[in-house]
Design a protein around this ligand. Sequence first.
Ligand SMILES: Cc1ncc(COP(=O)(O)O)c(C=O)c1O
Length: 430
Amino acid sequence: MSDHPSLVDSAPKAALATAAERFGTPCFVYDEAVVRERVASVREAFEGRFEISYAVKSNPNRAVIRALVGVVDRLDLSSGGELLLAEETGWDPGLWSFVGPVKRPGELRLAVELGCGHIVVESERELRELDETLAAAGTRGSVLLRINPSELPKGFGVSMARRPTIFGIDEEEIDSAVELAQSLPHIELAGFHVYAGTQCLDADALAENIRNIARLYTSLLDRHSLSVEHLVFGSGFGIRYHDGAEGLEPRQIASGCVDAIDALRAHPGAADATMALEMGRFLVGESGWFVTRVLGTKHTRGTALLALDGGMNHYLGASGNLGGVLKRNYPVTAVTNSEGEATPYDLSGPLCTNIDALGKGIEMGHVGPGDLVAIGCAGAYGITSSPLHFISHAPPREVLIPAEGGIDAAIDITDQSPISDPPDWARFAD
Ligand SMILES: Cc1ncc(COP(=O)(O)O)c(C=O)c1O
C-alpha cells in the first residue's frame, strides 16, 4: 500500500459538514493545521538550508496571510494589491519580495515607498525604470534579477523555461543585465531569482531543478565575481489534483539536492546569502476544501447529474478551465450521503453553460438533495482565481479552522478576502 493515502481518503468530512452547517454553502474551508504540517515537512527535509517564501497569489485571504506570520519566513508578492495586503497583515516589509513581469510605474513606486525587501526585476527595461524610481525617492533598492533558465526537467505541469515567455531575463542574456545592474547608481544587486515551472509531483525532477539552479547561480557568481545576499529557488512543488496521484515527500527531494545546495553555500560569493524556496500551492492547496450542497438530482439520458449550489464561478480550477491540457476530475467526495443506490455522478454548477461542470462520473455512494459534496485542493488558486461575477451569483463563504481549537474554533473569514474588501488601488495609481 502507498504511504500516501489519497486526498479523498483523508478528507476531514465531519469538520466540513460542521463548517457548511454553521457558515452556509458554498464555502471554502481551510485547515491551518495542514498548512503548518506542510511548512514543517519542508523545514525538516532541508534542515535549515532554505527559508520558505509564501506566494500570496495562491491564497491572499488576509486571515491566511496573518496565520503565516512567524510560520513561514518571507512573502512573495505579485501586485500593488498584494503589497498592500502584506502591509495590512503586519508583515515586516524587509521580508517581502515583489515579482512580476509587468509592473506598473505606480506599483514600483509603492514597493519603494513601503520598503519592500527585494524587488525582483524581470527585464533591462524594468531595471532602468526602477533606477529612476529609486532616484526620485532619493534611495537605493535591493534587486534580485529573475532568470528564465534555458532548461527545466520533465515533469512540471506548467513550464516557463526554454520557450519565449514574458517571465524573467533569458539565461542567455543575463550577463548583460548583471552588468547593467552593477552600473546603475540606485540599484544594489542583491541576488537572483528563478521560478520556471510548477505543479511537479516528481521528487527527482524537483531535485534536479534545484541542482540546476544552484549550478546556474554558482556560474554567475564566478563569472561576475559577485557576492550575493539572497537567492530564490522557485520550487514548483505540486499537489494531488488528480485521482491516484501520490503526494510529494520533501525529504526525497532534499536527498537529491542538498549536496548541490551545500556546494553553492561553500562558494565565497554565497557564504552569507539567505536562500529561499518560493511556493504557494504546496503549502496551502491541500489544506482547503470547497463544500457545496446538492440542490437536486437529474437522471438524463443515462447520466445522473447533481445540481450544486457551487460551480466554476467559485472554483474555476475544478472545472478544468484554469489551464491544463486534459480535463480530469479534481478529488471529490461526498461529505454526507443519503439512502439509495450508489451511482456515478456528473457535477453541475449553477451557471447557464455546459462548461460549469466540477466533475464527471464521480463514484461517492448515493447522494441526494440536501447532501454535501466537497472538492479538494481548494486552498490555493480557488476563490480569487475564479470568475465570481459571472451570472451574478452570491460569492462563497471562506472559513478558517485554526491550528489551535480545531473546528469548534472555526471562523468566517469571508470579510478578510480581497474580494469582499479590496485593497486601496488608488495608492498605486500611475
Ligand atoms: C514567481 C512565482 N513564484 C511562486 C509562485 C507560486 O507557485 P505555486 O503556487 O505553484 O507554488 C508563482 C505562481 O505562479 C509564481 O509566478
